[in-house]
Write a new protein. Structure first.
Length: 201
């Protein structure tokens, strides 16, 4: 809502007077939000690492590559959130660039989110040999994967995985990195365009 109010509606009067490019302002706010999201998410690590029945002690430490499991745990979340924020910036900037009408902007923002995240979701499900999946839940059987900010857990048709390392899919992380680069680049171009700046930040 803060991004929407500031970059689409332009409610933040003070930001109109800052000697910053709109893209720079969005980048700074995105970093602040990203830090906030990761700090809130960090609270869940207490259960993951300190609970005797948590993911680390029951599955990660017993896998063939605990270090890769820990790295994936952080990277998947970080780049999932980063791609979500960059896509949000692109959707808002494109909606404002195309039309000042609220209804049109809402539809365009919703369409971009559904299209991009839906495409990523389809690739994650298709690229996995697991039979079952769930959204927004945690499991001791598998690592979470992220289609932007959407969390996805995939499960095997077998009762449990012999090694949780088998549930690591770096391709989902790579997809989020690609989305971050592409959507972030387009957002920067649109935010700094003369047409956007004429309407105001």
């Amino acid at each position: 809502m803060d991004f929407y109010n500031e970059f689409f509606i332009g409610k933040m009067t003070l930001n109109h007077m800052l000697p910053l490019k709109t893209s720079s302002l969005f980048f700074i706010k995105s970093i602040v939000f990203l830090i906030g999201i990761m700090v809130v998410w960090g609270a869940t690590l207490i259960e993951i690492f300190l609970n005797p029945q948590g993911l680390y002690l029951t599955r990660i430490v017993q896998s063939t590559s605990p270090s890769e499991g820990i790295l994936y745990l952080f990277c998947s979340k970080f780049f999932g959130m980063l791609s979500g924020l960059s896509l949000m910036g692109f959707a808002i900037s494109l909606a404002k660039w195309v039309s000042k009408k609220v209804a049109t902007g809402h539809l365009l923002i919703a369409f971009i989110f559904i299209a991009v995240i839906g495409f990523q979701f389809a690739l994650i499900i298709k690229g996995s040999w697991h039979w079952h999946w769930s959204i927004g839940t945690s499991s001791l059987e598998s690592f979470k994967q992220y289609a932007n900010m959407l969390t996805i857990s995939t499960f095997s048709n077998r009762p449990t995985f012999p090694d949780i390392k088998e549930t690591i899919h770096w391709d989902s992380v790579v997809m989020n990195v690609i989305v971050t680069i592409i959507s972030g680049s387009f957002a920067a171009l649109l935010f700094n365009s003369k047409r956007y700046e004429i309407y105001g930040k």
